[in-house]
Design a protein around this ligand. Structure first.
Ligand code: MG
Length: 376
């Protein structure tokens, strides 16, 4: 079965409410829908994140990458991706290459699953668990809003609650105190998204420790593994790496330097589901757990991530899922909303999702008509 055509469509997805984190406030997300048509009449779908400019992702996919994939066997995923990294002009941008190629790789797994009548997780080694645990992610700006949302998530049965910090000392202390009070003794994770210098991180983690966070995620800027390690060695709270890690080589360095207690990672960052498994295996060898990272995406990604998560031995509980933040999703079935914080097996062939073509048309129109999404 050979690849006949690859299309890449930029889509804009609005959030239900403003999304507050250390870097800025987001109103929506931009993604790129990737569709792979084959000479057997089977079409696979995937989703790339926009990597800040959707035009760059679309251009990269429809240029040299598509040219090098068309006419090739869909079953040669690893070889095709290796070649794309050279032909696609990605030599100096390996992280960008991964973001671009991830959606294409997902679509190839969807094709192979549909052709073989197997759900994707069975093509990735099979399930080692029958459900994946996801965290509750309270939304809002003020402490009262966050606490109200957190209380509802706790009542809905989520066992891990995750929230943003790095928004200023007084704000962080107020928000975390309110959420901790709202959720009782549930597990609480705090994510600074790289907002702090080393001394700021040591100071803030010291002040936040009394709220008993399970871990502090990405306290320091992404490019310094040394900074992460210095913080980890200076505080009594576990530290997780997120934006410091894209490739399996990054995972190796974090593990070799013992710079984090956990690694938060997505198949977008690794360049696909297979690369995610390889990266997870590097961490597994170091005794480090992997937590799914959710970028601003639709259920297409959440389904693909769920398949690979079912197959990862060293996966944590409290993984990230993001489509619930959207006004309108791109998937009509199945419902990927976790119940009591967990989502079970997806046993339809391929990624096992049905696209909502009307919603996709609206998202394409929103992208075309609203320039605010062109830099998200
Ligand atoms: Mg994070």
């Amino acid at each position: 079965m050979r690849i006949a055509h690859i299309s890449a469509t930029p889509l804009a997805l609005a959030f239900k409410e403003p999304y507050h984190w250390a870097g800025r406030v987001d109103f929506g997300a931009t993604v790129v829908l990737v569709e792979v048509e084959t000479d057997a009449g089977i079409t696979g779908v995937g989703e790339s994140t926009a990597a800040s400019q959707a035009e760059g992702t679309v251009g990269a996919l429809q240029g040299a990458v598509a040219h090098s994939f068309v006419g090739e066997s869909v079953f040669d995923i690893e070889r095709l991706l290796m070649r794309a990294r050279y032909l696609g002009g990605f030599n100096h941008t390996p992280w960008f290459a991964n973001l671009v190629l991830a959606g294409l790789e997902m679509a190839l797994w969807d094709v192979i699953g549909k052709a073989s009548g197997r759900p994707v997780y069975q093509l990735l080694g099979g399930a080692v668990r029958d459900q994946v645990d996801y965290f509750g992610f309270p939304q809002g700006d003020a402490a009262e809003e966050l606490a109200e949302d957190a209380r509802a998530l706790a009542e809905a049965g989520y066992s891990v609650i995750y929230m943003k910090v790095g928004r200023g000392e007084a704000t962080d202390l107020r928000n975390v105190a309110a959420v901790r009070e709202a959720i009782g003794d549930l597990r609480l994770r705090l994510d600074a998204n790289g907002a702090w210098t080393v001394p700021e991180a040591i100071h803030m983690i010291g002040r936040l420790a009394r709220f008993e966070p399970e871990w502090i995620e990405q306290p320091t800027a992404p490019l310094s593994i040394a900074a992460l390690r210095q913080v980890k060695e200076s505080v009594g709270v576990p530290v997780a790496a997120d934006q410091s890690v894209f490739t399996l080589h990054d995972v190796y360095e974090i593990c070799r330097q013992r710079a984090a207690d956990a690694i938060v990672l997505s198949p977008h960052e690794t360049g696909g589901l297979l690369a995610f498994r390889k990266a997870a295996a590097v961490a597994e060898a170091a005794g480090v757990p992997i937590c799914l990272h959710g970028q601003s995406v639709s259920s297409i990604t959440d389904a693909a991530q769920h398949h690979v998560a079912l197959s990862i031995p060293n996966l944590t509980e409290g993984n990230q899922i993001m489509h619930q933040l959207l006004v309108e999703d791109l998937v009509s079935a199945p419902d990927l909303t976790p119940h009591h914080g967990v989502l079970g097996m997806l046993d339809t062939a391929g990624l096992g999702i049905e696209l909502d073509r009307d919603a996709i048309a609206r998202a394409a129109e929103l992208y075309e008509g609203d320039e605010r999404y062109h830099g998200v």
